[in-house]
Design a protein. Structure first.
Length: 799
């Protein structure tokens, strides 16, 4: 989130796009309600299903799954052509005025630079997406935004095709509905209004999910909604600490604090890695973050002489190591063992029948979990023959979050310490204890038996002991960072050095735990008198440097006056800034200076309407159909994102082509409040299980009539990958969408069930494809094709 939960009270218009906060982020609804009650804020919900959030909305519009770029492109077109964008913000705070390479083109559904492989898969050379520069290397600009090659004009041209009629036809809404949203949401494209877009899995779980998010960000830049109270691009993050886990580099191609993982070919040495540092923007400090990270990990063994143990750091080999690729490699028998540490992919993974059978190719599987999950018990799942499965499974009982201490980082980047509330049950242990013992045992084995490359393990700085238990506080202190010589906690990443004098496990966290007695992440001070915007700077600690709203220089005009005097996050009084937040700019400079680079983290210093090299699939988003779609793409000649990751064209690759009459319906999956994810944690709890006991399939009254099905009757849902049987829930919440003159039914279902626990039922993921977004490889769980038939019998089907 660029903003944070309590800031929602400052919003004028909310657009909920591809998330269902009433169901999945209930606390956020309280802040939405606060804004509606206190300032008359409006709530727009754009979703394929009339969900619980829609039931509270001022304006609900149905959208066909997978068509959000058409919709957002239409809104951008509307804003640009109706003068509903925030001109001054766009001209000064974004790259709208920058000139792009004269050879840039968009033709036949491809951006210039496309290299089409034999399999139709595209890779882009981004040379023609770059800015034009003069002889001195300065980017050429046209502040009037009139030059035909400037970003603003290229965008205007690109989105001119996204007319209300095209949007309505593609997205399955009426022109009037589209215009109503356009009118209401672009009403925030002025200095005194704040529009907030919330999103989550409804737009990310797509073969063009990253471009969906880009489109959201671009619309918000056009409307001047970034960096202001009540505005923002607000990703409702998933698991309670998933923000923290991404900060700590749970993704295979990241290092902590969003530094790129080095590549063996391009960055064989520390010097090569440091040479790849961005040349402008705050990231120019990256070498300090990197050396401090190496110092935190290898301590006294990381010295200037050995390049701070850079050789010990694993390097990328240019293969994809994300979830789907790992399972495909496992399917090919390339993996010996696996740790499933707090993950239940035998229910949550795409094309789960294939993923479960891939587990049978392992020699060993370690599951660290609270329960015996479907993953731990995959060998006794449907269609499995235990006698033929050799995989040895070790189940380590883990302590639950209330049984241990540590921090959780919420969606708004607030890091909050939690104390242990109760002792772990039975012989279960907290994850830190398990990791600590495992490491020590491995190190002992490397010390006694050797191994291919023991040094990275033997030399690791591992100093967390506190009696017979590792200390979470000591880990937190290392993440926070300290001076190497005297072990003093750092208060800001501004103090990090690249000479080995500082150690820091995650630079963006510097300051959250700078001492053991009163760390900031334990602080619980509510807003001081005089503050009006709910920033609560004394409550917990937000990364970076306790800043609550990112890019907050943009909340003021060039001269340091708040765009909206009613919401003064900052104000320049002629000598200094009066502040309600931690500045995202150099506040000792006069406002006219910081107005030159209001997006201080960006290389250009301004918001990127155009992305010259950040994306694999284009500098601006274009509408493509989902990989499995009921219609052909009318926007361009490419059916789906040409850079999408179509995994395992063999084993895992079953897909159906567009308009296949055997699979006439759009299928989508989602969550319910009463269950949590793969259901491991909720299907064993009687209270929750009783409230929502069984898997079900939601269909519209029109589809039900056609199939001769009533609520409670069993239906069989089939995709090219598999089928499941569950009772139908006939509900007007689902209705067909009208697309290019045809009525197309949508079939929806939750994905919380499996064959273990007290409340069992069919897993939705036997239906979902191994297809991923071009940039993040997140699976396309939200839009694929299915058929539905009446099955025999009625009532629940136990898994
Ligand atoms: N109770 C509960 N809360 C949870 C979770 C849980 O399992 N249970 N899971 C947590 C996790 S890890 C996550 S990631 C979040 C997920 O939070 P959400 O993203 O809110 O979760 P979903 O229910 O998967 O999907 C949200 C909405 O997207 C809609 N949608 C589907 N396809 C499209 C599309 O193409 N376009 C648009 N605009 N909308 C679409 C669906 O109809 C649904 O209403 O929730 C978190 N919170
Ligand atoms: N069809 C479909 N599939 C989806 C999605 C969808 O929208 N549609 N959403 C996807 C998304 S957004 C997500 S995040 C994934 C989630 O997929 P998973 O992460 O696999 O699902 P969870 O059920 O959250 O699994 C977490 C496991 O951790 C265990 N656990 C809980 N606390 C602890 C702890 O403190 N220590 C340890 N060691 N274990 C613990 C739980 O018991 C549980 O088994 O699923 C994805 N799958
Ligand atoms: Mo998630």
């Amino acid at each position: 989130m660029t903003n944070h939960w309590t800031d929602y009270q400052n919003t004028d218009v909310f657009m909920v796009l591809g998330t269902n906060p009433a169901e999945n982020h209930p606390i956020s609804m309280r802040w939405i309600d606060r804004a509606r009650e206190t300032r008359g804020a409006k709530l727009i919900v754009v979703d394929p299903k009339f969900n619980r959030t829609a039931a509270k909305a001022d304006l609900y519009v149905q959208i066909r799954p997978g068509t959000d770029i058409a919709f957002l492109g239409g809104l951008m077109n509307y804003a640009m052509t109706h003068g509903r964008y925030f001109h001054e913000y766009v001209a000064k705070y974004t790259n709208a005025s920058y000139l792009i390479h004269p050879d840039f083109k968009f033709e036949e559904g491809l951006f210039s630079g496309a290299q089409v492989g034999e399999d139709g898969q595209v890779k882009y050379d981004t040379a023609t997406w770059q800015y034009q520069v003069d002889e001195d290397g300065n980017i050429k600009k046209d502040p009037t935004l009139q030059h035909p090659q400037c970003v603003f004009q290229l965008m205007k041209k690109h989105y001119a095709r996204y007319t209300p009629e095209m949007v309505a036809e593609t997205c399955g809404m009426t022109v009037e509905e589209f215009l109503e949203v356009a009118e209401l949401f672009t009403s925030t494209g002025r200095p005194d209004k704040a529009g907030n877009i919330m999103y989550a899995m409804g737009i990310t779980q797509s073969s063009h999910g990253s471009q969906n998010v880009r489109a959201v960000a671009m619309l918000q830049l056009l409307l001047g909604n970034i960096g202001i109270p009540g505005g923002g691009v607000n990703a409702h993050r998933g698991e309670s600490n998933v923000q923290g886990s991404t900060d700590m580099a749970m993704l295979w191609n990241n290092l902590p604090g969003y530094m790129p993982m080095p590549s063996a070919a391009q960055h064989p040495t520390l010097a090569a890695y440091q040479a790849s540092t961005p040349k402008s923007g705050y990231w120019t400090n990256r070498p300090k973050f990197m050396v401090s990270l190496l110092k935190a990990w290898w301590g006294e063994n990381a010295t200037a002489e050995n390049d701070f143990a850079y050789d010990y750091l694993p390097k990328l080999d240019h293969r994809d190591h994300s979830h789907m690729s790992i399972f495909e490699a496992m399917g090919r028998g390339e993996l010996k063992g696996l740790f499933a540490w707090g993950q239940n992919f035998a229910v949550g993974g795409p094309n789960v029948t294939k993923e479960r059978s891939a587990l049978a190719n392992l020699d060993w599987l370690v599951v660290v979990d609270l329960f015996e999950t479907e993953t731990a018990a995959f060998w006794k799942g449907p269609g499995m023959n235990p006698a033929e499965i050799q995989t040895e499974v070790f189940l380590l009982p883990a302590a639950a979050s209330y049984e241990k201490c540590g921090t959780v980082t919420n969606s708004g980047r607030w890091i909050q310490w939690r104390d242990k509330a109760v002792e772990p049950m039975g012989d279960s242990r907290d994850d830190l204890w398990i990791a600590d013992r495992l490491f020590k045992k491995l190190r002992e084995l490397y010390a006694t038996e050797g191994g291919a490359f023991p040094d990275p393990i033997l030399q690791l700085h591992w100093d967390y002991d506190d009696g017979d238990h590792p200390s979470a506080e000591k880990v937190a202190f290392e993440i926070n960072g300290y001076t190497w010589a005297d072990r003093k906690g750092l208060t800001t990443f501004g103090n990090l050095q690249d000479d080995g004098s500082t150690a820091c496990g995650c630079w963006i966290y510097a300051g959250y735990f700078d001492n053991f007695e009163t760390p900031k992440c334990r602080s619980r001070v509510k807003d001081e008198p005089g503050t009006t915007l709910g920033t609560h700077l004394g409550w917990a600690w937000a990364w970076p440097v306790n800043r609550r709203i990112l890019y907050n220089r943009c909340s003021m005009d060039e001269h340091g006056q708040p765009w909206d005097p009613e919401r003064p996050l900052f104000r320049w009084d002629g000598e200094k800034f009066i502040a309600q937040d931690v500045p995202d700019f150099v506040a000792t400079n006069p406002p006219e200076v910081s107005a030159q680079n209001p997006f201080i983290m960006m290389q250009e210093g301004v918001g990127a309407l155009w992305s010259p090299s950040g994306m694999k699939d284009g500098p601006i988003p274009e509408h493509y159909e989902p990989v499995e779609s009921p219609v052909s793409n009318r926007f361009n000649r490419r059916q789906f994102n040409p850079v999408a990751v179509i995994s395992g064209k063999g084993e895992f690759g079953a897909l159906t082509e567009a308009e296949n009459p055997e699979f006439p319906y759009i299928c989508t999956t989602y969550r319910v409040t009463e269950h949590w994810q793969s259901g491991a944690m909720t299907r064993s709890l009687p209270w929750l299980g009783e409230m929502m006991p069984d898997m079900f399939v939601e269909i519209s009254p029109t589809l039900a009539a056609k199939l001769g099905v009533q609520s409670g009757d069993r239906v069989e849902v089939t995709t090219v990958r598999g089928s499941l049987v569950a009772p139908a829930m006939v509900t007007p919440r689902m209705r067909p969408v009208r697309v290019h003159g045809r009525e197309i039914e949508i079939v929806g279902m939750p994905w919380h069930w499996g064959f273990m626990g007290k409340f069992t039922g069919a897993s939705a993921n036997v239906l979902t494809p191994h297809v991923g977004d071009a940039n993040t490889q997140i699976p396309e769980y939200k839009a694929f094709l299915c058929n539905v038939k009446k099955a025999g019998g009625s009532g629940p089907v136990r898994g």
